[in-house]
Design a protein around this ligand. Structure first.
Ligand code: UT7
Length: 382
């Protein structure tokens, strides 16, 4: 039997902080409403960063913690709703930035549940023996798809990325159980219509005059709130039972960071204290697929996870989708000095150089292989 253990973790947040007060100057809202209704104080805004560069930064940090060289990586999964391209996948860009020359790479679309879906896919690939390790990343640049005139949504979202490295082991532990769910009948409750699709049947007319919400997040907050508080407690209990454990065995729950009131409601329904849940949404807001791995990295930093702890990761959001994973926290992080870290980063400069060289030689090859045709054509003209 093979097990997928979390061997490394990392997060990246852009430097630019966007406060509630700043948003209040743009739309009809105020800090008091935002903080009391959501628990959010501030969020980060990508400036020069893209979804792929943030994903790369988080992945590089997770690899350093796992003490792994990029050439050892076999699979890269990026969960995101804000990829720069439909294709190539953000995961392929990350693979290139890392210089992970032996890795397969793909993106996964399951909105705010995407990171837990990604963990489940990577766990399956490791357990089946098809790969020995994987990087699972959640990365979002939600500021690009936020409707900054809609006070019902623009106060919620932030940018960032988080990642974990999973490694194969024969030692029992790591990811113990996962449950994935979807209910597409709730697609209209939370959606992000693609720019190239103007004819979305389920969008209510008020949301689509002249296609103005295409390319922007649309949400019925109250309905999503109800969906989350109804389904999250159940999926947590179901997944904990699947791992042959009880709620008493759980040391920490890291939920998707959407709203502190959702978390309080879920805690009440489960009959556990709020303190069992880790939250960081006051500082980062809702970063969709990135929220759980960012929170996980911060929970480790805050000493909220100790060896042999059982932690539940639970996501919910667009689709509708929801998902939970029960993980035995059995990693002991290696001591990585600053010098070590800087030295290790040098390999990414090398990866950029190699990528540029490959592009250059590919272009040269294309030019050279075109020239015989040109010669034939110019011969015909004569
Ligand atoms: O990540 C994916 C999952 N997403 C979620 O889980 C989000 C779930 N939903 C929520 O977190 C909450 O529903 C929101 C934070 C989005 C909204 O909070 P709410 O308590 O459900 O507010 P509401 O939509 O019921 O609106 C209550 C009132 C309305 O005014 P009226 O109609 O009562 O006069 C809104 O117009 O609050 C008003 N309102 C605001 N007022 C000031 C809505 N947004 C704002 C705002 N500032 N930003």
């Amino acid at each position: 039997m093979l097990y997928a253990h979390i061997a490394g973790w990392g997060r990246f947040l852009p430097d630019r902080v966007l406060t509630n007060d700043e948003i209040s100057r743009q739309v009809d809202t105020d800090h008091e409403w935002i903080y009391s209704r959501t628990g959010i104080n501030e969020r980060r805004l990508a400036q020069g960063e893209t979804t792929a560069t943030m994903a790369f930064e988080a992945a590089a940090r997770a690899l350093a913690r796992a003490d792994m060289h990029p050439s050892q990586v076999e699979l890269i999964i990026v969960a995101t709703a804000t990829a720069e391209y439909v294709f190539p996948a953000t995961a392929s860009l990350v693979q290139d930035y890392l210089g992970a020359t032996r890795a397969g790479a793909f993106d996964l679309s399951a909105a705010c549940s995407g990171f837990v879906y990604g963990l489940s896919m990577a766990n399956g690939a490791i357990q089946s023996g098809s790969v020995r390790n994987a990087i699972v990343i959640g990365a979002e640049r939600l500021s690009l798809v936020t409707d900054w005139t809609d006070r019902g949504t623009c106060v919620l979202f932030g940018d960032g990325a988080g990642a974990v490295v999973l490694k194969r082991s024969h030692v029992p532990g790591g990811i113990l159980a996962t449950t994935l769910r979807s209910d597409g009948s709730g697609a209209d409750m939370l959606s992000l219509p693609n720019h190239h699709q103007n004819n979305i049947p389920f969008l209510a007319p008020e949301f689509s005059p002249n296609g103005q919400h295409v390319g922007k997040i649309t949400m019925n907050g109250r309905q999503v709130f109800r969906f989350a508080t109804n389904n999250v407690p159940e999926i947590i209990e179901e997944t904990v039972a699947k791992a042959n454990l009880t709620m008493k065995d759980v040391s920490l729950i890291i939920p998707h960071q959407a709203n502190v009131r959702i978390i309080e409601n879920v805690a009440r329904k489960l009959g556990v204290p709020d303190t069992l849940f880790f939250t960081n949404l006051d500082k980062v807001g809702n970063t969709s697929a990135a929220s759980i791995p960012i929170a996980l990295s911060e929970a480790v930093k805050a000493n909220r996870l100790r060896p042999d702890d059982v932690v539940v990761l639970v996501g919910f959001g667009g689709g509708l989708t929801w998902a939970a994973s029960v993980v035995k926290w059995d990693v002991t992080p290696p001591d990585v000095t600053l010098l070590d870290r800087e030295w290790k980063r040098a390999k990414y400069v090398w990866a950029r150089g190699r990528s540029q060289a490959r592009r250059f030689f590919r272009q040269m090859g294309a030019r050279l292989s075109r020239s015989p045709n040109k010669m034939i054509e110019s011969g015909r003209k004569k």
